[in-house]
Ligand binder design. Sequence first.
Ligand code: URA
Length: 429
Amino acid sequence: MSESFDAVDVISHKRDHHELSDDEIRWVVDAYTRGAVAEEQMSALAMAILLNGMTRREISSWTAAMIASGERMDFSGLSRPTADKHSTGGVGDKITLPLAPLVAVFGVAVPQLSGRGLGHTGGTLDKLESVTGWQASLSNEAMMRQLEEVGAVVCAAGSGLAPADKKLYALRDVTGTVEAIPLIASSIMSKKIAEGTGALVLDVKVGSGAFMKTREDATELARTMVDLGTDAGVTTVALLTDMSTPLGLTAGNALEVRESVEVLAGGGPQDVVELTVRLAEEMLEAAGRGGQDVRAALTDGRAMDVWRAMVSAQGGDPDAPLPVARHTQDVLAPADGVVTRLDAYGVGVAAWRLGAGRARKEDPVQAGAGVELHVKPGATVRAGERLMTLHTDTPERFARAEEALDGAVTIAPAGSRTDIGPVVIDRIA
Ligand code: URA
């Protein structure tokens, strides 16, 4: 087949700071997906994009080309409006688990196509797989039925959705080009737009445990994604939320399910409850069902009822005891004082090294592994008091986890100032 462009010309255009035309973008994304543009050529182009950026038109065209590489789902036959949430990934971010059933309580369907964890951030599917019997894979028909009958589905994205992104994401992972804002935005939004949700709320994390370390970068990413969603006819809102310290008191699969169930039972850590409620309010508003008393559905059992139905519909047993790691080890406070810093990245890496995460896509995860926090920034502690407990089935992992935590906690003399900010930093619409 004769090709309409030459990959080297497209790469040189971007290298020399020119805008790529819509035709060039459509061609290069399609040709790469078919294998006509080589991995090393796309890797050079991805680096040129990382270094030289893209205009709003280029990003929108790139996203459209990635959507066109696969199938599009259609929820218009459902009797309920749809709303989805996407988080850019963080440590202890179990919010999808209480959020999906909570939103479904109010008659809005939540089609949550999720992923597995890679690196120090956990994946929602890995967490739910610690529930006995729960299955991540669903046919499109089963997904539709569950959305209609239960109102919430958390499942694996099928391989037909944005296949260009699957290939490109794997390439970016090994070529130092993950951090390009145009590529992150188009990667996330191509999947969400192809999924066909009517409304989308983005939780853009900022801080040590997130992809975006600064507020400026997180704001730019959020703005870019909101514009892409809006241009595609999806009502899209972004919240910028703090990821300098872990969310809640747990990082690790079964540990996070346990904490999510506490939230669904009306308890749980205040930051997890606050973010769950705020995201639910935003999703309901974006789906045209705003103005509801969301918090009440956590305390009166309605969200728990949907959770149980959602887990059961996918073969899970909501009453089965959650797996517990075979070994634990405490981390103790070295001095009296006040905890002024508890670093999300250090805790995320420790949980990963304990077995909660994977280094390669095909690695298994340990359901019970992870980190349980006993304190959060602002807490006053005494020397020798427990700061956290490490959980694993393989105790030889404790030493490497402790290394990751070296310097992750700052304890200052009692009375020192603690700069603890709100969980929700900004809203971009
Ligand atoms: N999540 C995605 O789906 N894609 C990215 O590029 C980064 C995070």
